[in-house]
Design a protein. Structure first.
Ligand SMILES: Cc1cc2nc3c(=O)[nH]c(=O)nc-3n(C[C@H](O)[C@H](O)[C@H](O)COP(=O)(O)O)c2cc1C
Ligand code: SF4
Ligand code: SF4
Ligand code: SF4
Ligand code: FES
Lengths: 468, 578
């Protein structure tokens, strides 16, 4: 029986695979502790397998990337050109910077060897002898924990030359990030790792699996995705695929923040719990006397869902079914069908005390600040949207400004180098579409045509309005 | 190349693909960038960051176009729907893609004038302008600004932007020759890539992020490269400007003349911008066999002397130890007279590797008329350091021509001539375009001469010793041809007229020959070329016109151009279009 720290016990609706050791009593990050728990056993199994067979298991498992896009991991691994003669790299994306997302850090801080084992198996499968953990700059201690874990694993022969006598060699390096959200975008990350500004690359031609780090084939996977690989080897792909729901297999960690009684992380089988269960069961419901207003289901970039929205969804048997927000099963496909995305698993709950103009402005602030500035629509559009939403919050906008704000978002969406363009546009697109009236109540029909947002005046002053 | 598909041939040859451009099926080489394919059929796609000689970051997004891929048979469906030409129906994508980095493929459709394309362009254009100063009337780029041009064509015509614009540094001297206005920068990164990929001095880069991004020079560094002015050329807006040229003349007043730089044996293809016989700027012209799209700063800026006070503007003759201005006829006669009583072995010709083929040919005729031997004929070699880019160690632009026409071993006779001047064996020297005091001769040597005839563009110390000094035309004031280091025959064209009474060298040489021998028959530079073609086998069959603005391969020299070699490598790797 695993014992968890008081108050940190998993909810019965959780299914702990990746977070099995998070918040455990008598648990630490040492390799000894990890080995006592059967650590690195899956590595031993994998090293005896054919590389192709490992990739097949991962494909069979149906694992989809937990970094944001939900792309099937096994399929991604097969994109390395078959006739490749260059070195192959694997990068663990530990930049975790999507607002509302806080899962990878617990793996790193509390269970680093799980990640190292998952990475080593993955590297073996894709033929990488060098791997990097690109860790967010704001996790300095996490970087140290990983460095120590790597040294331990090396000392025990799980890393380095000729791992466990298999002939397979792997070195893992920890690289600390550069304090920018865009460093989490895989091609921006690669540029940053190469020592440059994290300017994302155009695809085509720079698909990382073919032309990645140093123009060599490179697999970029999220921390959580790589951890799942260990469990897939342990359970077998087919068995793993039984977790969750069809096409949405396995478990995933939901990071719930906002207006619930118990915000936090919850590892659940994908699609086996609904939004309502997340809010009411896992998180203990909304705060006293509050009503649900909106949910951002998959990190700040995901489109907002309104509490009273109705979603008409196609069922597997071809019939249509109308559901409400609380009935949405938390899986990739359903959330996408509802017009948003499961993204990075960051679920942001907002109750009726929240001012949507303020929320949108807060998001726009983030994107204006984090746009790398490389491509025109995102660089210019994100700041423009922020400035208009600044004015909406400050009561200096007209109803036409709200309409204009919306057109700017669509002018960015789909026109940019990287997905940040959509990430920055979707909040505005969805908030304006779904809370237009509320935004307009902040406006007045003052005269237009004057110059707003002079640099001397802190335009974000309106942010103060929000209750604590 | 004609791209229109005459008959709907479905099976294109392996290297050609069928692409529908604005409704018409055409053929293009497989893998060609869409923007280049479209250019080939006169469809211009507006663009900023794309430059065929640089890598493609795809950052400006101006070249977004609507495209579609051929339909694929659905599951269980044998055939796809075909259009009337037999091509698979195109599935148009709601998402525009960039034409600069994407390539053409079989069955692709491109629409550059569709609603989607136009809307996207309008959007990108608006974004480019919202934080731009929009003070074209006081911007030096006006008239050749891509932002101005494309916004007229693709913009919305009025601004929706009500916020204060982002403020950035202005009037920033980032190097000895370049001034940067960051508010005008559209962050296309062309300059950054040029300094990194071509000039190998990656001192330019961006700091800050988002709309606050600032182009700047690396802390503690300056943009000092001898290729820095190319960044101002490729900057599509008025952000990077030439400190030398900025605000000296509105570009629409400039007359453009295609010629070549005479700063070294590279012979970079160049355009001179002049107005009323004053040169205001010089810049590179594309020539993929010579200088690609670039030129060095030193060559480009070496023109201020052309319009300077130090030009020789009238012929002078020395009488009783003092110089006086004289009409051309009299001066030429004086020059001839001084030569008349002398034996051929008493006369030497020191010509210049800066002379055109035509001039060198006439110098050769003059030598023949005077019966001057090879030991008394030479040019002055001029060397410096090669730079592994374009600048050649040979700083004479036409050594190759001189070797062919006048002296096969340039510089080998100079010492001998000087000895014979000192010993009194050589009594007269005809110095063409060279300052003998720079050619190893001392004032004492020159003082020993009975007769010194000199042609030159600038007043110089040799002129003080000359019995006859004849003012001639600068490179920008003449027509003619030269042979560069790689053996390419190239053409000079006249941008401005020579000052005062200065005359084109070929005319001076013709008239001098005439004054000595009475021979004539040459009325134009074309005549000179014709005579040269009749006499010198290498030129046979050629005319000055046939050389064209791009020059023609002429001599085999086995030399390569370092910069071009590297560009070819990048092209082979697909990094650049070339
Ligand atoms: C703006 C932006 C930021 C991103 N940030 C992260 C991040 O912090 N962590 C992450 O794992 N993936 C992030 N991604 C997604 C990565 O590009 C990439 O898809 C992912 O790391 C792939 O891993 P996966 O397939 O295992 O999900 C980001 C993407 C974008 C567009
Ligand atoms: S979309 Fe935004 S973040 Fe992505 S490359 Fe363009 S400017 Fe940078
Ligand atoms: S200075 Fe000019 S060339 Fe350089 S990035 Fe800015 S706009 Fe482009
Ligand atoms: S490399 Fe030589 S020919 Fe070219 S611009 Fe410089 S000096 Fe002139
Ligand atoms: S020209 Fe800039 S994106 Fe294509």
């Amino acid at each position: 029986m695993i014992q968890y720290k008081p108050g940190k016990e998993p909810h019965p609706k959780e299914h702990r695979l990746i977070f099995k050791n998070v918040d455990r009593v008598d648990w630490d990050t040492s390799i000894e502790r990890f080995l006592k728990e059967g650590g690195y056993e899956q590595l031993k199994t994998a090293l005896k397998m054919e590389k192709k067979a490992i990739i097949e298991e991962v494909k069979t498992s149906g694992l989809r990337g937990r970094g944001g896009a939900g792309f099937p991991t096994g399929v991604k691994w097969t994109f390395i050109p078959p006739n490749n003669t260059k070195p192959v790299y694997l990068i663990c994306n530990a930049d975790e910077s999507e607002p509302g997302t806080f899962k990878d850090r617990y793996i790193i801080y509390q269970d680093p060897h799980q990640l190292l084992e998952g990475m080593t198996i993955s590297c073996f499968a894709v033929g990488a002898n060098t791997a990097y953990i690109y860790i967010r700059e704001e996790f300095p201690e996490g970087a140290q924990i990983l460095e120590k874990a790597i040294a331990e694993a090396k000392a025990k022969g799980f890393l380095g030359n000729n791992i466990l006598g298999s002939g397979f060699t792997l070195d893992i390096y920890v690289h600390r990030g550069a304090g920018a959200y865009i460093c989490g975008e895989e091609t921006g990350l690669i540029e940053s790792l190469e020592g440059k500004r994290p300017y994302p690359r155009i695809k085509p031609p720079y698909f990382p699996a073919a032309l990645g780090l140093y123009m060599c084939p490179t697999i970029v996977n999220n921390v959580e995705s790589l951890c799942h690989v260990k469990h897939i080897i342990q359970m077998g792909g087919a068995e793993y695929a039984r977790l969750g729901t069809p096409r949405n297999n396995g478990t995933r960690i939901l990071c719930v923040s906002g207006d619930v009684v118990r915000p936090g992380y919850y590892e659940v089988q994908v699609g086996k719990v609904t939004m309502g269960e997340v809010i009411n069961d896992l998180c203990g419901g909304l705060k006293q006397g509050r009503k649900l207003k909106a949910v951002i289901p998959g990190g700040s970039s995901a489109k907002v869902l309104r509490a009273d929205e109705r979603f008409n969804l196609k069922q597997p048997d071809g019939t249509m079914k109308e559901i409400g927000i609380e009935d949405i099963p938390m899986d990739f496909d359903t959330i996408a069908a509802c017009g948003s995305m499961a993204g990075s698993g960051g679920v942001i709950i907002m109750d009726d005390t929240r001012d949507m103009a303020w929320v949108l402005n807060n998001l726009n602030n983030f994107y204006a600040h984090e746009s790398c500035g490389q491509c025109t629509p995102c660089r210019e559009g994100s700041l423009w949207m922020k400035k208009i939403s600044d004015r909406i919050v400050a009561g200096e906008a007209t109803p036409e400004d709200v309409a204009q704000l919306e057109t700017i978002a669509y002018q960015i969406d789909g026109k940019t180098i990287c997905a940040f363009g959509e990430a920055s546009a979707w909040p505005t697109e969805s908030f304006v579409a779904k809370f237009r009236d509320e935004l307009i109540t902040h406006t007045s029909t003052k005269k237009r045509g004057q110059i707003f947002n002079p640099v001397t005046k802190v335009a974000a002053a309106g942010l103060k309005k929000q209750p604590a | 190349m004609s791209n229109a598909a005459t008959a709907p041939a479905i099976a294109a040859p392996v290297d050609l693909v069928n692409v529908q451009v604005n409704g018409t099926w055409m053929k293009f080489p497989k893998g060609m960038r869409m923007i280049e394919a479209l250019r080939q059929v006169q469809v211009e796609v507006p663009h900023y960051c794309y430059h065929p000689k640089l890598s493609s970051p795809g950052n400006c997004r101006m070249c977004l176009v609507e495209t579609g891929m051929p339909a694929r048979p659905a599951l269980g469906q044998a055939e796809v729907e075909k259009d009337e030409h037999g091509f698979a129906k195109i599935m148009w994508s709601p998402r525009a893609i960039i034409a600069c980095a994407n390539t053409v493929s079989e069955g692709l459709g491109i629409r550059t004038e569709s609603t989607l394309t136009k809307e996207v362009r309008k959007g990108v254009m608006e974004f480019l302008l919202i934080n731009h100063p929009l003070d074209c009337p006081i911007c030096d780029q006006a008239g050749e600004c891509r932002l101005q041009e494309f916004s007229v064509e693709h913009g919305r015509g009025e601004s929706r932007f009500q916020e204060e614009k982002v403020k950035k540094p202005k009037n920033n001297r980032i190097g000895p020759r370049i001034t940067l206005d960051d508010e005008r920068c559209i962050m296309c990164s062309r300059c950054v890539r040029f300094m990194d990929e071509i000039a190998d001095e990656p001192v330019l880069g961006f700091t800050e992020r988002g709309s606050h991004t600032v182009l700047t020079v690396h802390p503690g560094r300056q943009l000092t490269s001898n290729y820095s002015l190319n960044t101002a050329d490729i900057c599509p807006v008025g952000a990077l400007t030439s400190t030398d040229f900025r605000f000296s003349m509105r570009v629409w007043f400039l007359k453009e003349t295609n010629t070549i730089c005479t700063g070294c044996a590279r012979g970079c293809n160049m355009e001179i911008g002049s107005r009323n016989d004053i040169i205001h700027r010089q810049g590179p012209r594309d020539n993929n066999n010579v200088n690609s799209s670039w030129m060095c700063d030193s060559g480009r800026l070496d023109f201020h002397w052309v319009n300077s006070e130090r030009r020789m503007t009238e012929p002078t003759v020395k009488e009783n130890g003092t110089h006086r201005a004289a009409p051309w006829k009299e001066a030429l006669e004086a020059a001839a007279t001084g030569l008349r009583g002398l034996q051929p072995s008493q006369i030497a010709i020191i010509a210049s590797g800066r002379m055109t083929n035509e001039e060198l040919f006439l110098a050769r005729r003059l030598a023949a008329v005077l019966n001057i031997g090879a030991e008394n004929t030479d040019i002055l070699p001029r060397t410096g350091q090669a730079d592994n880019y374009l600048v050649h160690a040979d700083r004479n632009p036409n050594t190759k021509g001189a070797m062919l026409l006048l002296t096969p071993t340039p510089g080998q006779q100079l010492a001998g001539i000087r000895e014979r001047v000192q010993s009194g064996q050589v009594r007269a020297v005809i110095a063409l375009r060279e300052n003998l005091l720079n050619a190893g001769f001392t004032a004492d040597d020159l003082g020993k001469l009975a007769h010194l005839v000199q042609t030159h563009v600038m007043l110089n110390d040799t002129a003080g010793f000359a019995n006859v000094a004849l003012p001639s035309a600068a490179y920008a004031e003449k027509r003619g041809s030269m042979v560069n280091a790689t053996g390419r025959l190239q053409r000079l064209n006249a941008a401005t007229a020579p000052p005062g009474q200065a005359r084109d060298d070929w005319e001076i040489l013709r008239d001098l020959t005439l004054a000595i021998s009475g021979q004539n028959g040459l009325y134009s530079i074309e005549d000179v070329f014709k005579a040269m073609a009749a006499e010198v086998p290498e030129f046979s069959g050629l005319t000055l016109n046939a050389i064209s603005d791009q020059g023609i391969p002429f001599l085999e020299t086995k030399e390569t151009v370092p910069l071009l070699v590297r560009e070819a490598e990048r092209k082979a790797k697909g990094i650049i279009v070339g």
